[in-house]
Design a protein around this ligand. Structure first.
Ligand SMILES: NC(=O)c1ccc[n+]([C@@H]2O[C@H](COP(=O)([O-])OP(=O)(O)OC[C@H]3O[C@@H](n4cnc5c(N)ncnc54)[C@H](OP(=O)(O)O)[C@@H]3O)[C@@H](O)[C@H]2O)c1
Length: 305
């Protein structure tokens, strides 16, 4: 496993482990968040050697970007990879992929992040009317002007990704993928590989379920799964727990190491509510998962999704 990855056809190079920041300032999505924890999470990540930060306008309607913008002022910007996303026009409660809206979104994100370039800019969600190649062409102009360094799309169907990539401008895709959500393996991963497009999974820890901190008795907290299915997930996690014991690691660390060994994945961006979680997750970099353990985990979750 190499520790660094190149994003698409760009010269953006990232470490394999980054930080997801929807719980940094994401007050509109989660209750009980404190800005002071958000600042501490970002600072802890950078101090621990994490240099890639994944944010979005939607996380607190700009608040996450503002917090990150404040924290990064104390660090060498050239060593950081800042990824952000936009597409929601919150004033009209609409998704907008028009070139005008994307240009405005990039300018506003630059101000909140207090920086003069964004390393990876994603269209966060597809709208219904803008031709995707037109939207991405506008981003390519922003790339040429130096405001963004890599072009990404998120939550696009494969057909929309293909449309967006008509001229080969898409560098990176971010989508829901975890050991519990493996749809991307069938068609998306082969397409991305063939077209040298990088992939970032969101919800890598299935919002905490894959950390191993829940037991069968917590099944009512996960209403999206039947009790039987939840039981299967817990059984699979017990297999990971045994492997983790051998590495003197936690379940979350081994699961993160599994993604970092997965050749389809470029950057893993677990989210964190508290700096202690960042501290824990960064230790996954010390785990060199054997091929056999990688396969055992792969198979343990094969029929669980
Ligand atoms: N492109 C998109 O549309 C999209 C959508 C969703 C997310 N994202 C991005 O992807 C990132 C990752 O997704 P996510 O943060 O929603 O989910 P996730 O990474 O699957 O889970 C993160 C959550 O798990 C818990 N956790 C993390 N480390 C832990 C540890 N060591 N021990 C115990 N609990 C731990 C924390 O929640 P609790 O403490 O609350 O349990 C944390 O907020 C986001 O932060 C965001 O940047 C993008």
């Amino acid at each position: 496993m190499t520790d660094l990855v190149k994003i698409g056809n760009t010269n953006v190079v990232s470490k394999k482990l980054g930080l997801g920041t929807n719980k940094v300032g994401g007050h509109n999505i989660f209750t009980g968040l404190k800005d002071k924890d958000g600042y501490a999470v970002v600072k802890e990540a950078i101090e621990s050697g994490i240099t890639t930060l994944d944010t979005a306008y939607m996380y607190g309607l700009g608040r996450s970007e503002e917090i990150i913008g404040d924290v990064i002022q104390d660090y060498d910007r050239s060593k950081l990879i800042i990824a952000t996303k936009a597409a929601q026009d919150s004033s009209r409660n609409k998704v907008d992929n028009s070139p005008e809206f994307l240009r405005k979104s990039v300018d506003e994100a630059l101000k909140r992040l207090k920086t003069d370039y964004i390393d990876i800019f994603y269209i966060h969600f597809p709208d219904e009317k803008t031709p995707k190649d037109q939207a991405v062409r506008a981003l390519n102009e922003l790339k040429k002007s130096g405001k963004i360094r890599a072009i990404g799309v998120s939550n696009f169907s494969l057909a929309q990704i293909k449309e967006a990539n008509k001229e080969g401008f898409v560098d990176i895709v971010e989508d829901n993928y975890s050991l519990l959500h493996r749809d991307a393996e069938k068609e998306l991963f082969p397409y991305l590989k063939e077209n040298k497009i990088s992939f970032v999974p969101y919800f890598p820890l299935a919002s905490g379920l894959l950390t191993g901190k829940y037991r069968f008795s917590d099944s009512d907290k996960f209403s999206q799964y039947s009790r039987e299915k939840f039981g299967d997930i817990i059984t699979s996690l017990e297999i990971v727990e045994k492997i983790a014991d051998r590495y003197e690691a936690t379940v979350a660390q081994v699961i993160l190491a599994w993604y970092m060994k997965n050749p389809n994945i470029s950057i893993v961006i677990p989210g964190a509510r508290k700096p202690e979680q960042v501290d824990q997750n960064v230790k996954s970099l010390d785990i060199k998962l054997s091929d056999k353990d990688y396969r055992t985990i792969d198979e343990a979750f094969m029929d669980v999704e």
